[in-house]
Design a protein around this ligand. Sequence first.
Ligand code: UD1
Ligand code: CA
Length: 486
Amino acid sequence: MSASNPTPNALPIDIVIMAAGKGTRMKSRVPKVLQKLAGRPLLGHVLATAQALHARRVVAVTGHGAPEVEAYGAVVARAGGQFDLKFARQEPQLGTGHAVQQALPLLADDGLVVVLSGDVPLTEAATLQALVQAAQGERLALLTVRLPDPTGYGRIVRAADGGVQRIVEQKDASADERAIDEIYSGIMAVPARHLRRWLARLTNDNAQGEYYLTDVVAMAVHDGVPVAAHRIDDALQVAGVNSPLQLAELERAHQRRQAEALMAQGVRLADPARLDVRDDARRGVPAELTCGPDVEIDVGCIFTGRVALGEGAQIGAYCCIANAVIAAGAVIHPFTHIDGEEAGVGVGQGARVGPFARLRPGAELGPDVHIGNFVEVKNSTLAAGAKANHLAYLGDATVGERVNYGAGSITANYDGANKHRTVIEADVHVGSNCVLVAPVTIGAGGTVGGGSTITKSTPAGALSVARGKQVSIAGWQRPAKKARGA
Ligand code: UD1
Ligand code: CA
């Protein structure tokens, strides 16, 4: 970002995001930091937090899957406007200290460096602000948390007076040290001028043969630079993703918080454990579910991208709704699939949709429209009170008020090369199993007889029938099977 936000002691903030690791335990071809939580790559969550800190510069250290990771980061940076994101390649990956070393050439000496991990997605900006405050422009500040089971983490070793002495990694820790339950989150804030000096002194003389960033703590103590531990209670904010199980657990915890926030606004969720609100990753649209008063959402619904639910809207069980505006009093019955993609979908006031309906981009339903089971609507407007209740397709159609569109009817909107519009004027009744071959207009108040294939526009008020005439042959003898052995 161009306008940097100085720390209390006037140090500009620069952020390093370590994102070079392989994530072996994910057992995936996708780099770990591109695995998705709530529809957004893990790195995207970290970048959003970084952006909220108004950092002067963000440096992402990449290695495994670097081209993909950098391509994604560049897309986020572009979408974020004035976001100064740089990449530093780390090859091979020799540890977290080595990772930050790769970023150093891109960091100015006058800044406060905040080190984040690309696989820790749920840290809140306010927490990092507090960590920055704790550094006071001159200290090394560590974000820590106490865990009932600290296994695997670096432990915060304190002196008798409580001062932080060093961090010891799990694999290097003595039995006594392993009993310490305060762990290092992997997140620190440190003045760049100190960091540069300490990183130059790192060695890999430890159980894993890696250059540990955490060794800078003992160096700070040695150099007389104060070390502050900023301890938080919320372990979720520092939880990392190393395995599919951890990813799923973090997803549930994150969704639970979103559910609680919605309920705090008055939204009635049948079960806060069975709601998902996600980014539309394909279009880079952040999750944004806005609800009016008295919205009710049944179990198992997934909301993706930008969705607005008006006052009193009811969403039945197991609906998937993306990029749509549902007006007040509308009822979406169970198992309905709505995806507005770029064009959006609108459901009018008091409309009823589903069960088992599908609304695609450009479906615009007016007030009190009814769309029933196995009806697909795409790029079509339906005026107030229009109904398509069973097994039908409306594509590229303009449907007037109070039209009744029969079961099994379709608009043949595609001639194999081009799409054409079908216009069905107000008060038309289309019988069952009709094919309306576009471009075609059904005049107002007209009736189309069931089973008709309509290829020419019809006059207002007329009955139009276009199908083979019925014939009945009297006394018809069906063929009989020959007798066996005959
Ligand atoms: C690290 C900390 C540990 C802390 C834990 C919190 C060190 C030495 N240890 O351990 O104290 O409790 O995080 O989760 O820092 N990475 C690189 N390049 C590398 C190695 C790692 O970019 O060469 C990245 C990884 O992709 C990951 C992050 O750094 O995003 C942390 O690496 P990881 O190997 O998970 O560190 P831990 O062993 O968990
Ligand atoms: Ca880790």
